[in-house]
Design a protein around this ligand. Structure first.
Ligand code: DLL
Length: 432
């Protein structure tokens, strides 16, 4: 089934003409409503009327996470707070998160976008969907929730964590769909095995996974362990949250809701637009968003676009699996972590020096993060109780900034490797 057949099967020409009309509108809207955009446009002599064709989008400067940070919390909003009905937030590059706001129309657009994607993945009103994404400032829980509810599925808003309870709901409520990060799906499979819960006792048939990538091998493992079809979806808070794109049952790339999110691929080095079939950084423009419209937002995610009509009948452009990022953002159990956030916690804390290293590993299916911090020059490891307090304070501060637990290890002064060039702060051993 196709949720919105009219839109999802438009010819390329029809889609482009809709996109152009919406692009012109949103550019004018941004120019008129957001001083940040007006200033940017004025500084290069760009006027909304200079956008005549879709290719003219190239004239518009990019927007980045730093712009959101510099305009924290609300300066990129295009409407007064009265019209905002929801806030969400995601990791910024330092201590403060980036904040996004939705109007009532934005909520409707988000819900519609998600309804299309979950339908494409095969969800129906007969399904019972257990959502194991966090409900909170993270967009994952609410995004999937509204979309699944819209199509009439029975939603179990289980939220993240408490794996034994998750298994109980799954069994007792007859969940047919599991929604969450792929790493959590595998972790939960381990717990199920430990608890003697076999897939034959469950009704699961479909998985809707996103928030982080997963390899084809991991997908196969998830499918086998749970006896489901595992589909992937993609999104980011700055654009809407989940709802940007998602796979259909053919599992051959993620259909982009291009009538709302205009995709471009740019060269990682010279930032020039690349055509279809070329790998580069995904740049997205929100064509209809009112609360916090984004013009040419650099996602830093690397992928490529495919305009071929899909076997499922949808004509929307598909994006391939995200291959990686152009910045140093780590995704730990679905949570975005920037090394600079960790640094912002360590700076100014007592007893420690400026050197630290972040080590990311996988234990079973779980990402683990350890922060090794060198002690200050005059601090010795014998001051046991004081160091314990320091370690606990770092752990506590990291938890409050990153929203996840990190292991903290204090090491003696001068034990971490020094480099003459750029410091190697992150050792990611997950795919080794
Ligand atoms: O992760 C939104 C989301 C929630 C998408 C649930 C899908 C399902 P943020 O927390 O802002 O939003 O993180 C966005 O996560 O730029 C990617 O780097 C990464 N990401 C999200 N989905 C995928 C995916 C949500 N399917 C950042 N594959 C993005 C790879 C993904 N990376």
């Amino acid at each position: 089934m196709i949720w919105n057949k009219e839109i999802e099967t438009l010819t390329r020409k029809e889609m482009e003409s809709l996109q152009l009309e919406r692009l012109k509108n949103i550019v004018r809207y941004c120019y008129e409503k957001v001083p940040f955009y007006r200033k940017r446009f004025d500084s290069i002599g760009l006027k909304p009327e200079h956008i005549v064709t879709l290719a003219d989008i190239d004239k518009i400067p990019f927007t980045t996470k730093d712009d959101l940070r510099d305009n924290y919390p609300f300066d990129l909003f295009a409407v007064p707070q009265k019209e905002i009905v929801r806030l969400h937030a995601s990791s910024g590059t330092t201590g403060k998160p980036i904040v996004v706001g939705y109007t009532r129309n934005d909520m409707e657009m988000w819900t519609e976008s998600m309804a299309r994607l979950v339908t494409a993945a095969g969800a129906t009103d007969d399904d019972v969907a257990q959502i194991c994404f966090g409900y909170g400032m993270f967009t994952g829980g609410f995004g999937l929730h509204y979309g699944l509810e819209r199509i009439g599925a029975t939603v179990i808003p289980a939220s993240s964590g408490n794996s034994e309870r998750q298994l109980m709901y799954m069994q007792d409520f007859g969940a047919t769909i599991i929604v969450g990060t792929p790493s959590y799906a595998l972790y939960l499979a381990e717990i199920a095995k430990e608890q003697g819960v076999h897939k034959s006792q469950l009704k699961l048939r479909l998985g809707l996974f996103g928030g982080e990538g997963h390899t084809p091998e991991m997908r196969k493992e998830i499918e086998e362990r749970w006896g489901i079809l595992a589909t992937e979806n993609y999104g980011l808070s700055e654009i809407v949250g989940p709802g940007v794109s998602g796979e259909c049952v053919e599992q051959c790339g993620m259909h982009i809701n291009e009538d709302h999110f205009y995709p471009e691929i740019i060269d990682k080095e010279n930032l020039k637009p690349l055509g279809y079939g070329k790998e580069g950084e995904l740049v997205l423009t929100t064509l209809t968003k009112e609360g916090i419209p984004m013009l040419r937002y650099r996602t830093k995610d690397i992928t490529e676009l495919d305009p071929e009509i899909c076997k499922c009948g949808r004509t929307t452009v598909r994006m391939k699996k995200v291959k990686g990022r152009t910045d140093d953002m780590l995704i730990i159990r679905g949570v975005n972590v920037f090394p600079s956030q960790i640094e912002s916690v360590l700076v100014g804390m007592k007893n420690i020096g400026p050197h630290y290293q972040i080590i990311v590993t996988k234990e079973g299916y779980m990402d683990k993060i350890e922060v090794q911090v060198e002690l200050g020059e005059d601090i010795s490891l014998d001051k046991y109780s004081e160091l314990e307090r320091t370690e606990a304070a770092i752990r506590h501060n990291l938890r409050s900034v990153l929203q996840i637990d990190a292991k903290v290890k204090l090491v003696e002064h001068k034990t971490l490797e020094r480099t003459t060039g750029k410091a190697k702060r992150v050792i990611d051993m997950r795919n080794k």
